[in-house]
Design a protein around this ligand. Structure first.
Ligand code: AMP
Ligand code: MG
Length: 319
């Protein structure tokens, strides 16, 4: 869904050698760069620079109790920032690089500033697969904190165009690497002792995790919000959203799935991975449409469908 380019700001530039060099220079002096990843576009800054991290929170309008994910080039770099037990190593070796974030105890000499982890003694780490993000992470000593590159609480960006619309001139450089392949945020799991808990469903499914751990995830019984994805209203368009709708009303923009055609269809042949990759782009279109309300077709609650329905429930919940 590329659309017209007339609203793309000057900050958005196609990724290449020159733009990577500019990105490095900006990041080194504490600036922000929007970067494509295989999940969604991230708003990256040097996680060891307090002013740079403060700028992420300010630019997104993100509450400072919502910690950020730190991106690393590999497991070796990750172990400089966090403590990995056998199970965490196993998950990293299986799913990295890829859309899995591991929340582990912070390493003793972790150089990441406290604002990144919102003062917690744990840290969220991910090794992304996207070539553009990986190129930035290959710069020695650069650990990048990178939440999604949108205003806090809104729809996540899966194209450079979405970033421009949400953050506009607030970001000096947006590396345009095309549409994100997975299109939905990483699965987040906390690994403590021999157990793991799913904090946010995502492209890596509960069944894939259980196959590696040899057991299902433990249930989260800690009554506190550990990840902002757990906030009830999140990923939300600026219009009311109704779910599980096969026949929409005439004032609703209808997002279809499978046999329910809709104004746009997430996947005509009911492929959940394809639907995930199209979800946020469809919500952006629905938000920009002339219809005052949004309706979404039923989506099966299995595999990646769990992550899709998680995002949709939050998009539909009252603010
Ligand atoms: P975002 O980058 O906006 O997709 O959100 C990052 C996610 O990682 C949020 O859900 C955070 O709460 C979560 N996260 C980051 N650090 C931690 C941590 N130390 N403990 C639990 N969740 C975390
Ligand atoms: Mg986000």
């Amino acid at each position: 869904m590329s659309g017209s380019n007339d609203h793309i700001g000057t900050a958005s530039r196609r990724y290449g050698k020159a733009t990577i060099a500019d990105a490095e220079a900006l990041l080194r002096r504490g600036g922000l760069v929007a970067v494509p990843t295989e999940t969604v576009y991230g708003l990256a800054a040097d996680s060891t620079n307090a002013a740079a991290v403060a700028e992420i929170y300010r630019t997104k309008g993100r509450p400072d109790f919502n910690p950020l994910i730190v991106h690393v080039p590999d497991l070796h770099a990750a172990t400089m920032l966090g403590q990995f037990n056998d199970l965490a190593v196993e998950f990293a070796e299986t799913f990295w690089p890829g859309p899995l974030t591991l929340v582990v105890p912070k390493a003793v000499n972790c150089p990441v500033v406290p604002a990144v982890t919102a003062g917690l003694d744990t840290i969220a780490l991910r090794c992304p697969a996207h070539p553009v993000m990986r190129e930035l992470l290959s710069i020695p000593g650069l650990f990048l904190a990178a939440p999604s590159a949108n205003r806090s609480g809104g729809i996540s960006p899966t194209t450079a165009d979405h970033v421009t619309r949400s953050l506009g001139d607030a970001v000096p450089l947006i590396l345009d690497g095309g549409a994100c392949e997975k299109g939905i945020e990483s699965t987040i799991i906390a690994v403590d002792d021999g157990d793991y808990r799913i904090l946010r469903p995502g492209p890596v499914t509960p069944a894939q995790l259980a196959a590696i751990a040899g057991k299902p995830a433990a249930t989260s019984d800690r009554g506190t919000i550990e990840a902002p994805g757990q906030l009830l209203s999140h990923y939300a368009p600026a219009k009311p959203v109704r779910l599980d709708i096969e026949t929409a009303q005439c004032d609703e923009y209808h997002i279809g799935f499978g046999a329910v055609p809709g104004d746009i269809n997430l996947s005509a042949h009911s492929d959940l991975a394809e639907a995930a990759s199209q979800l946020f782009a469809a919500l952006h279109l629905a938000e920009a449409s002339e219809k005052p309300r949004i309706a979404v077709a039923p989506i099966p609650d299995s595999g990646i469908g769990l992550a899709l329905n998680d995002r949709l429930r939050r998009a539909a919940s009252p603010r």
